[in-house]
Design a protein around this ligand. Structure first.
Ligand SMILES: C[S@@+](CC[C@H](N)C(=O)[O-])C[C@H]1O[C@@H](n2cnc3c(N)ncnc32)[C@H](O)[C@@H]1O
Ligand SMILES: [Zn+2]
Length: 378
């Protein structure tokens, strides 16, 4: 390892990282991968883990299946006082050497490393009393090949967190790959990031179904280069049908979720574009987001987390799929409304409406497209 290693601080944790990862545009994979731009995702993950373990009765054990130099696991071990054990796993021994150096400088006693292929590591922890209450999977690209072994290593009523960075596939550039990895295909829309998240959750649902497991999404987030989903794993099969389709009409911009495909637009009769099969259940659990809001104040995290969490709380119980101010403005050929005004107008007409954490110019509502355009035009 000739590369210069420097010390940085993220949250309140000291991390050793290759100097190149802080200076180069694309962080190098050698001697170990570290992306400083993913710090917001790690901040949210510290908040989510802390919220999940609040009042949690079972062992507070965290596994990172693809840890790189261990940034996430080190922060969890150091910043969440209740944690009992963290094991970070990677195939890269250099990354794990660096992780151990960081553990030492933070005086961590609850931190272990494992050098193994992810599924071998997780499978060696699939027995009932050897599982973790939180399992994190943060690969290069798609998490789909790790979902099965990750679920098996998660305690019942534990939490599984997955990252996906294969954005081109999830955004509709390569539909064959999307079908292969996620079982469903996206449609290019203004709300493509929500479709991407629902495809990931759809894939989890198919895999979990085989194992007689179900799950409940607790929180999802998206930034420039990644998607993340946090799910509570339940040891009962799913009772309700939560797999379906997003029906989208490019002509009149109508959109909604359905269990079955609908080929003609219910509003204008135009041919629809259909995303799926994918997850059509909730993306957020309101009580969990409220816990995130509470624990956040005791942690050192980016201010941006506040707005993300506040918006997630607002939108938690609103319908699937959002609209953007820009697309409605271009339909009615006028300047976009301010977000607050748009929401107030919808609420004044008796509809539910909220901002969305997934898009700064987006809003959710139970009002349908023809009514939205009328309300915005007046
Ligand atoms: C995106 S990085 C992880 C970044 C890390 N979670 C963080 O927040 O800094 C992905 C890591 O997966 C490791 N990796 C890739 N394939 C693997 C496999 N099959 N088993 C174990 N580790 C693997 C790579 O060495 C790399 O360190
Ligand atoms: Zn239509």
């Amino acid at each position: 390892m000739n590369e210069e290693i420097i010390e940085i601080t993220e949250g309140s944790t000291k991390l050793f990282v290759p100097k190149g990862s802080m200076t180069e545009k694309v962080p190098p994979k050698e001697p170990a991968f570290f992306n400083p731009r993913a710090s917001l995702s790690r901040d949210l993950s510290i908040i989510a883990c802390s919220a999940f373990w609040k009042d949690y009765k079972f062992p507070k054990i965290f596994f990172d299946g693809l840890s790189g130099l261990g940034a996430r696991g080190l922060r969890i071990a150091n910043e969440i006082s209740e944690v009992e054990k963290v094991i970070v796993n990677d195939v890269n021994p250099n990354a794990l050497d660096i992780a151990l150096r960081s553990a030492k400088i933070n005086n961590l006693e609850n931190f272990e490393i494992s050098e193994n292929e992810t599924c071998r590591f997780l499978s060696s922890h699939s027995r009932m009393n050897e599982r973790a209450s939180i399992v994190d999977i943060d690969p290069f690209g798609s998490p789909s090949k790790y979902i099965d072994c990750a679920i098996r290593a998660t305690m019942h009523s534990g939490m599984l967190a997955l990252t996906a960075t294969d954005l081109q596939v999830l955004h509709g550039l390569f539909n064959k790959a999307a079908k292969r990895r996620y079982y469903g295909t996206p449609v290019k829309t203004e709300f493509s990031n929500e479709i991407a998240i629902r495809l990931i959750l759809g894939c989890v649902s198919f895999v979990a179904g085989r194992l007689d497991i179900s799950f409940q999404p607790l929180f999802v987030d998206h930034d420039m280069h990644y998607y993340r989903t946090y799910m509570k794993i339940l040891n009962t099969p799913e009772k309700e049908e939560k797999i379906g389709y997003i029906i989208f009409c490019r002509s009149c911009k109508d959109r909604y979720t359905e269990i079955t495909r609908q080929d003609k637009c219910r509003k204008c009769g135009h041919e629809t574009e259909i995303a799926g099969p994918l997850w059509i259940g909730k993306l957020f659990e309101k009580e969990f987001i409220q816990k995130m809001k509470n624990v956040k104040n005791d942690l050192i995290v980016n201010k941006k987390c506040d707005r993300i969490i506040e918006r997630a709380e607002e939108e938690a119980e609103l319908p699937a799929t959002y609209y953007t101010l820009d697309e409605i403005a271009s339909m009615i050929k006028s300047a976009p409304l301010k977000l607050n005004e748009a929401i107030e107008r919808l609420r004044a007409q008796g509809y539910k409406a909220s901002m969305t954490s997934l898009n700064p110019g987006g809003f959710r509502t139970d009002c349908e497209i023809d009514k939205i355009t009328q309300i915005f035009q007046n």
